[in-house]
Design a protein around this ligand. Structure first.
Ligand SMILES: [Zn+2]
Length: 291
């Protein structure tokens, strides 16, 4: 794939993360196992104290029974805790597109953050573990947000250094392991998890690194040269002639009777053009639905 980040400081060698020629700190978590075949990345936050090393320290204890491949501190620095060829324990009960136990096929990246906070009478913000944090101090910025998945709450913004690091980490992992998805923990464990919080730009990250969502489109190939037509008929309505082998995206399909007999036609997109093509000219798509 095209390297979108020529300035990406991260690279991966032997399943270890490097910046330049230096491996990033590797503090091995005992909470890991084998049998790992990565296809994607799950983004988390720690919902814990913000002190540097606090989350990494927790994942070092077997008592935690949890880990992540990478932990990103508020200052954007990163620690690796599980080799990229091994399974980390970050997702718990989870499923992605019907496949359970997401730890088996996804990397875990943890960002240090507080989790959901409530606003106190004195104007400070309190996370689940108590303690007071103030908007505007230590670079903290709190925002109110509500979503169906997260509920209502006050949330600590991710630092720009964290977002920059996570973006580069995802780009490095996608480039190395040919991954196809990035998801938030709340998306794979709905009702049970709410991390990362609603302030994290998950959709922007996906669009930037994986392109637009293409799940609803059906890709197909022309079996012969084909007339792209303005309507599903054989009248004088040809917009363009497309060569055999041209890939097209089927937008929708239907039955029409341009010659009296029922035929299937597809509304397709080819490059920047849109028009109708007779169904006989297109490789049968496996999941096209007729309306
Ligand atoms: Zn999580």
């Amino acid at each position: 794939m095209i390297n979108q980040f020529p300035t990406n400081p991260f690279s991966i060698r032997n399943h270890r993360l490097f910046t330049g020629n230096e491996p990033v700190p590797f503090l091995r978590s005992p909470n890991q196992s084998g049998d790992f075949a990565p296809r994607g990345i799950i983004i988390h936050d720690t919902a814990g104290r913000l002190d540097k090393g606090n989350a990494v320290g927790w994942f070092l204890s077997s008592e935690a029974r949890a880990s992540a491949h990478l932990v990103v501190e508020r200052d954007g620095s990163v620690t690796q805790q599980v080799g990229f060829e091994r399974r980390a324990w970050h997702a718990g009960k989870s499923s992605y597109q019907g496949q359970r136990d997401v730890n088996v096929f996804a990397f875990g990246i943890e960002m240090v953050n507080l989790g959901k906070c409530s606003k106190q009478r004195d104007g400070s913000f309190q996370p689940w573990f108590k303690g007071s944090y103030w908007d505007g101090t230590d670079g903290f910025s709190f925002s109110f947000a509500a979503s169906r998945a997260h509920g209502k709450g006050w949330w600590l913004d991710y630092s720009s250094a964290q977002i920059r690091t996570v973006t580069h980490l995802c780009a490095a992992l996608i480039g190395k392991y040919d991954l196809s998805f990035i998801a938030g923990h709340w998306e794979i464990s709905p009702g049970r998890k709410i991390d990362p919080n609603p302030l994290f730009p998950l959709d922007a990250l996906r669009t930037r690194l994986l392109g637009a969502e293409r799940e609803d489109e059906v890709s197909s190939i022309l079996l012969a040269d084909a007339n792209l037509r303005r309507w599903p008929s054989y009248h004088d309505n040809v917009i363009a002639v497309l060569a055999k082998g041209t890939p097209v995206e089927i937008i929708r399909s239907g039955h029409y009777k341009p010659l009296g007999q029922s035929e299937i036609w597809h509304l397709v997109e080819a490059g920047d053009q849109q028009g109708w093509i007779s169904g006989t000219l297109i490789e049968a798509p496996c999941s096209a639905t007729l309306h």
